[in-house]
Design a protein around this ligand. Structure first.
Ligand code: ATP
Ligand code: MG
Length: 449
């Protein structure tokens, strides 16, 4: 036998036993985003490398060491998307959506690729839910996306996630702050990790984000950005805090939150879980008022966040949150013999056309293994079809939970099956309950029909 090929390091297989967890969170994020008026956007998995260099920034970790870049046969080089925002801004500009009235609100559920050291909560292919809003400069917009993220985490059942917010000001306040940081860290240069020594020259704010314990320790007494904000940036930040208070969203002002990507301005925030270890940032985002013009558009205020779905699911698991139950099979038809098999296949098909789920034997097994299979797939009802049933034209529908059996005439199979399922739904005599339900309904207005 030849050697089996293994999956690439830092990637994951999401198997059927777990995919329901993914479906649960994807349903939650999609419906929350749509409740807030965001619409889905889908962009390519790869983009020209220059897009990320220009937007994410050529001093960011993502661009300096984490990109998966390939050169294709032509002369362009392409990069697998390391994040969602740049591609969305590119698409909005290229398709003229920035001229269609503001605010523009979009969301996406994507996989993203970063060449990082794989560890719990840090993968090379990971998944993000993200939202972006364009054309809204008001702190109400900042509060709105924070509220959206917060209500998603609530809907997932998470209670132990802390919201940290900060303002990193505009380029003007930041220039002064950078100087102050350089002055502070310079005397410690030799103690800093290698990456931070490099950051000191190019982008000293990144030092505050370093995960090395020594750098963290040194950064404890570093100057904080909020002492350097200009009047406009300070007002924006104060207003945001007031609005969050109005919403009852709890937060901590955390001057150490600077975010990894270069394009942020003013508000930055992270939702941090204490339940999943070091990689606890479940959601990160903020305002990036400079990005759209950086990518060739007008000066358009913009903001958004990215939520790491692996980390979200890990947090939910560690908190014992509930996931949607897997849908089980409504009906398993167990045929015995070749004639019955043909009949069973047609019946199963008819049942599915009515919108139910149905399976029948595809392996050619006897009754016992078929019953074990029906049990494994959680079939709600089983109908055994043998020579006897075919001859009399009558079979039994067995409720697998209660063991109760109901007769069914094969020519009226669908109607009987639907009735049986509905009566179980209403837990009693269906027609009686339907009658009283109909009485309660408001009469439909048919005057224009
Ligand atoms: P970190 O500080 O953890 O490296 P980041 O600042 O690089 O995060 P963002 O670019 O803001 O992360 O991405 C948004 C979210 O995506 C993060 O908050 C996190 O939940 C998730 N995320 C980022 N990188 C990874 C990864 N390599 N594996 C899994 N999830 C990730
Ligand atoms: Mg990172």
């Amino acid at each position: 036998m030849s050697m089996q090929i293994k999956r690439p390091k830092g990637t994951q297989d999401i198997l059927p036993a777990d995919s329901q967890k993914w479906k649960t969170v994807e349903d939650i994020v999609r419906s929350a985003a749509e409740q807030f008026g965001f619409r889905e956007i889908r962009t390519p998995v790869f983009e020209e490398t220059g897009l990320y260099v220009r937007s994410v920034g050529d001093t960011s970790d993502v661009v300096t060491k984490e990109m998966y870049t390939v050169s294709s046969k032509g002369d362009s080089t392409f990069t697998l998307r390391p994040e969602g925002t740049a591609g969305v801004v590119r698409a909005m500009l290229e398709n003229g959506l920035m001229n269609e009235g503001f605010p523009q609100k979009v969301y996406y559920v994507i996989s993203a690729f970063r060449h990082e050291k794989p560890q719990a909560g840090r993968l090379r292919e990971f998944h993000q839910f993200g939202v972006e809003m364009f054309g809204a400069a008001s702190p109400y917009a900042d509060a709105e996306i924070i509220l959206l993220a917060s209500s998603i985490l609530d809907a997932c059942g998470l209670e132990n996630v802390e919201l940290h917010i900060n303002s990193i000001g505009c380029p003007e306040c930041r220039a002064k702050y950078r100087e102050a940081l350089r002055d502070y860290f310079e005397p410690h240069r030799e103690e800093l990790c290698e990456t931070c020594r490099e950051r000191l020259g190019k982008n000293p704010m990144r030092l505050l984000d370093c995960k090395s314990p020594i750098c963290k320790e040194i950064a404890l007494n570093a100057p904080i950005i909020t002492d350097y904000l200009c009047d406009d940036c300070r007002e924006h930040f104060e207003a945001l805090k007031d609005i969050l208070d109005d919403y009852g969203v709890k937060f901590k002002v955390d001057p150490k939150i600077v975010r990894g990507l270069d394009y942020y301005t003013r508000t930055v925030f992270e939702f941090i879980s204490n339940d999943i270890g070091a990689q606890g940032t479940v959601c990160g985002g903020g305002r990036y008022d400079g990005l759209v013009s950086e990518l060739g558009g007008q000066q358009v205020p913009a903001l958004g966040f990215g939520m790491g779905l692996e980390r979200l699911i890990m947090t939910m698991e560690s908190c014992g949150c509930e996931f949607e139950a897997q849908k089980t099979c409504d009906l398993y038809i167990a045929p015995m013999g070749e004639t019955a098999r043909r009949k069973a296949a047609l019946l199963a098909d008819a049942v599915r056309r009515e919108g139910y789920s149905a399976e029948t034997d595809l392996v050619g097994r006897g009754l016992k293994p078929q019953m074990r299979y029906a049990d494994k797939i959680g079939a709600k009802y089983v109908c055994v079809l043998g020579d006897n049933e075919l001859e009399t034209g009558e079979a039994k529908l067995k409720n697998m939970r209660t063991g109760e059996e109901k007769p069914v005439v094969l020519t009226e199979f669908i109607r009987t099956f639907a009735d049986v399922l509905l009566s179980e739904l209403f837990d009693g005599d269906f027609s009686e309950q339907l009658g009283s339900l109909l009485e309660d309904l408001p009469a439909a207005d048919t005057s224009d029909v």
